[in-house]
Design a protein. Structure first.
Length: 65
């Protein structure tokens, strides 16, 4: 069984997502794991740090961005 993991810049743009789609839809069975798009994990960490520090307004601004 083949396992493919994609995340970060490999799913960070429509063009890159198209490339991933071409790889995973080749007719062979496989397990595909997708993680956060490029920059998403860093944003979530930043938001959680602001919430932990009690800065709800700053966290809301980051979420809205």
């Amino acid at each position: 069984m083949k396992v493919f993991k994609f995340g970060g810049t490999s799913v960070g743009s429509p063009e890159n997502m198209q490339s991933v789609m071409e790889i995973i839809t080749d007719g062979e069975q496989k397990v595909v794991v997708l993680s956060a798009m490029s920059g998403t994990t860093n944003s979530l960490v930043e938001i959680s740090n602001e919430l932990y520090a009690g800065k709800k307004d700053t966290a809301k601004q980051l979420i809205d961005t």
